[in-house]
Write a protein that binds this ligand. Structure first.
Ligand code: ADP
Ligand code: MG
Length: 561
């Protein structure tokens, strides 16, 4: 058989160099990554077989196997899952396709020194390549279920890898690490030690729903004992809260989200009754970089009676909660459900309502209990959550209750609408806001002068979605949400009469000037009028009360409308 040699993609090479020279202290995680890939491969095969019974694949004993050879100093992670075709190996292993890794490399470019780069490893899943932290050569042999021929991939993690077709590969994938020389100082990380492997599996992969077996070493003159299963395989979402440690929840989060950081919050929900399901949801601690792109993969994993059915099940949570990760396991759905069916299913809609309320009430609790954690949540996900003010009228109040906004009241502490109301001046009828691109630009806008002079608080809204929700919401607790840049504004309602007289006098006085301005600017404006809203600037441009605000006008213009 011919062996072909290929060069790694530039990004892949960078990443590999980082792995090879890594002094990252927690090298153990490579095993979690390989086991996680094997588990995914088993999920995929079971599902494919379920969808297509004619697939020529053996699904009778799906499992993961760990095989240590002390003499040769190798560790093999084997699965009999979906496997990869020749082309897939080149595409999936030779390049960097997954978005988490892309984000990792983005940040890597910005990291100024080696120490910065090391820190990054801990924050991103770097998947398959992490094997090179422990090995100086990696061999992968795989055969895609249903196909006759297999593929061998080999690399020392340097410039190139080789691909070769093999005839006798078993179904699935085996990854063999040729381990780096032993470090006598550090017995704990001796990956030829069964004890070490057992500890790592317990720690990181106990919840994996497939058996992870240790291939026993044959001892002289004795029959090898049967394989031992290292993990308990218990679905964490089906176990009671006090049986599961936070660490275990976090490891599950890392497995399904491909994030290496701890989640901000873990949310459990057990629904009993006619439509039974269990949910284990996670709020990440960081927004993914592609949260606002169109191909962001949203949704949680759907299981039916412990069987993995699909990733990214978007029907279970509304789009504005798309950052939530997790697992939902339903008792009474067909194993053959499709995305289309899910979108229309009445039970699924009920689940969505319940899960949405649960997430929002959890955010409310965080807000009440832990200001720091709430601040992180809002910084990372507030912009997404505010979309719900527009799209989810049922939960509008719950979303408003956990929303906070920058305000002229404080340079760095955002405020809720409720807090704003408490500070409102006697006789103030409206909640004032201004929208624009940045706090700085709107804070110094001429529209703000009168408000500043009178000490009236104004919310400073700088997200595009702010333009839309303020309209959709309209009023809060009977107070109108009003833009400082729209319509006629009279902040002196009390001295109405006096003001009226004076204004008439002024109007006469300035009639000539106003008429002249009107003539000169005829093409561009609707009207020129005297105003009480300015204290320093001589003039400003305002919109009609029902016009688009300038920022929204820009947004629509940018969208070509
Ligand atoms: P990720 O798991 O985040 O996608 P990895 O670097 O861990 O990234 O793996 C890259 C891809 O290689 C996987 O998405 C999968 O398609 C493929 N792959 C890796 N390991 C296996 C395996 N054991 N069986 C089948 N496919 C695999
Ligand atoms: Mg992976």
């Amino acid at each position: 058989m011919t062996t072909e040699t290929f060069e790694f993609q530039v990004e892949a090479r960078q990443l590999l160099q980082l792995m090879i020279h890594s002094v990252y202290s927690n090298k153990d995680v490579f095993l979690r990554e390989l086991v996680s890939n094997a588990s995914d491969a088993l999920d995929k095969l079971r599902l494919e077989k379920l969808r297509d019974d004619s697939l020529d694949a053996d699904v009778s004993d799906l499992h993961i196997e760990l095989d240590v050879d002390k003499e040769a100093r190798t560790l093999t992670v084997r699965d009999n899952g979906i496997g990869m075709s020749y082309d897939e190996v080149g595409k999936l292993i030779g390049t960097i396709a997954n978005s988490g890794t892309a984000a990792f490399l983005e940040e890597l470019k910005e990291a100024k020194d080696a120490a910065g780069a090391e820190g990054l490893i801990g924050r991103f899943g770097v998947g398959f390549y992490s094997g090179f932290m422990a090995a100086d050569e990696v061999t992968l042999v795989t055969r895609r279920a249903g196909e006759g021929q297999g593929t061998r991939w080999t690399s020392r993690g340097e410039e190139t890898y080789t691909l070769e077709r093999v005839d006798d590969a078993p179904q699935g994938t085996s990854v063999t690490l040729h381990l780096k020389p032993a470090d006598p100082e550090n017995q704990l990380h001796d990956y030829t030690s069964e004890w070490t492997i057992r500890e790592i599996v317990k720690r990181y992969s106990d919840f994996i729903t497939w058996p992870i077996r240790m291939v026993p070493e044959a001892k002289d003159g004795q029959d090898a004992p049967g394989p031992e299963t290292l993990n308990s395989m218990k679905a964490l979402w089906a176990r009671s809260r006090d049986e599961v440690s936070d660490d275990e929840y976090h490891e599950l989060y890392k497995h399904i989200s491909h994030d290496w950081r701890e989640p901000l919050e873990t949310i459990r929900l057990q629904a009993e009754g006619t439509f039974e399901y269990q949910a284990l949801l996670f709020v990440p601690s960081h927004a993914p970089h592609d949260l606002f792109t169109r191909d962001f993969k949203r949704g949680v994993q759907l299981y039916v009676k412990r069987v993995f059915i699909m990733d990214d099940c978007e029907a279970l949570l509304p789009p504005y909660l798309r950052f939530v990760k997790g697992v939902v396991d339903a008792q009474d759905l067909s194993l053959n459900v499709s995305r289309e069916i899910l979108q229309q299913d009445r039970h699924i809609r009920m689940m969505q309502r319940r899960l949405t309320k649960k997430v929002l009430s959890t955010v409310k609790e965080i807000k009440a209990k832990d200001a720091g954690r709430y601040a992180t949540f809002w910084r990372e996900f507030g912009t997404a959550l505010k979309e719900g003010l527009v799209t989810d009228s049922e939960n509008r109040d719950a979303i408003l209750a956990v929303s906070s906004f920058a305000t002229t009241h404080s340079a760095d502490e955002p405020t809720t609408l409720a807090q704003y109301m408490e500070r409102m001046k006697d006789g103030q009828d409206d909640i004032w806001f201004i929208t624009g691109e940045s706090r700085q630009s709107i804070e110094n806008s001429p529209h703000m002068e009168a408000f500043r002079a009178k000490g009236i608080e104004v919310l400073l809204l700088t997200d595009a979605v702010d333009e839309v929700w303020v309209d959709a919401v309209g009023t809060y607790e009977g107070k109108k949400l009003r833009s400082v840049a729209k319509g006629e504004i009279d902040l002196d309602a009390e001295d109405e009469e006096k003001a009226g007289e004076e204004r008439e006098k002024q109007a006469e006085e300035y009639a000539g000037l106003l008429g002249w301005m009107r003539e000169r600017l005829d093409e561009d404006i609707k009207e020129v009028r005297l105003s009480t809203r300015l204290t320093v600037s001589p003039a400003c441009v305002v919109s009609d009360a029902h016009d688009l605000t300038p920022a929204l006008e820009n947004m629509y213009r940018a969208m070509g409308q």
